[in-house]
Design a protein around this ligand. Sequence first.
Ligand SMILES: Nc1nc2c(c(=O)[nH]1)N[C@H]1C(S)=C(S)[C@@H](COP(=O)(O)O)O[C@H]1N2
Ligand SMILES: [Mo]
Length: 316
Amino acid sequence: MKFESVNLKDKDITSEELFNNRRKFLKLGAAAVVANSAVVDLLAKDKYPTSNLNYKKDLNELNLDLSTFDQITSYNNFYEFSTGKEKVKKLSHTLKPDPWSITIDGLVEKSFQIDVSELIKKFSLEERIYRFRCVEGWSMVVPWVGFELAKLIKLASPLSAAKYIRFETLFDKEQFPDQKRGIFGAIPYPYVEGLRLDEAMNPLAILSVGLYGKTLENQNGAPIRLVVPWKYGFKSIKSISKISFVADEPLNTWQKANSKEYGFYANVNPNVDHPRWSQAKERVLGKFFKQKTQLFNGYEKEVGHLYANLDMRKYF
Ligand SMILES: Nc1nc2c(c(=O)[nH]1)N[C@H]1C(S)=C(S)[C@@H](COP(=O)(O)O)O[C@H]1N2
Ligand SMILES: [Mo]
């Protein structure tokens, strides 16, 4: 038996190939498995980060096929750096995510500031393997690490008048080059997003501080970003510096920029097309064939009840 993997050069081979190769080896005899998995592990080490977070593992009961670390961290939407998805990674070194403080204010008993490191100490972290679907028609599967947004909401003790939650990305021209361009910037800054309070309390909504067991890379929204997996990716706001409890529906950035194309809810819905993109199908990063998009991105059981009284065609 020949061991072809021994001759493979690390740079010639993607993590996905490694994973598939490994699967093949596991089907071979025991001797081959021992010899090869050692080699494959050695090569794979380079491609995945060393974990620096303590968290409870997601058992991946749905058996979702994870996107690779490389895919998740190399193809990004983060307009504060660039509108070029493959440029963000390289440009994002100007972001300084540590230390990082978040202001909690608005309709709460008492506003306060808290450091992300404090939040991580306060709330135990857990992994959440979620599908993630961008309105542009691409998708991926990400092993996020974070905590339920509901935990932070309880900590903030909002007043009964608070009906929505509003998030803001940091505004700092030194850290985010596109914010320097004023009205010539790609979109209005700071980036703003929002959720109805009952949506925000849903256990699927998390604040993520990491992925693949490691603190977030700058390009993915370090040090803390929202993840709402049943909504289009633009709702999952990055590098959050302010969380406000408010009475009225916040005007989110994409609705402000183009209200004909973007609304507040943005629930993943294969039956309502975006004016420029059909939403019936999606391409998973790295895959050749498109797959069908699922209503609420496959999370209808968990979140469908939140929208029982909402016309999803009108409130897209
Ligand atoms: N502050 C900020 N948050 C943002 C964006 C952005 O440009 N700025 N892009 C959004 C869009 S359109 C998507 S699809 C996701 C992409 O997240 P990812 O790069 O981690 O895949 O982030 C969202 N959050
Ligand atoms: Mo997106």
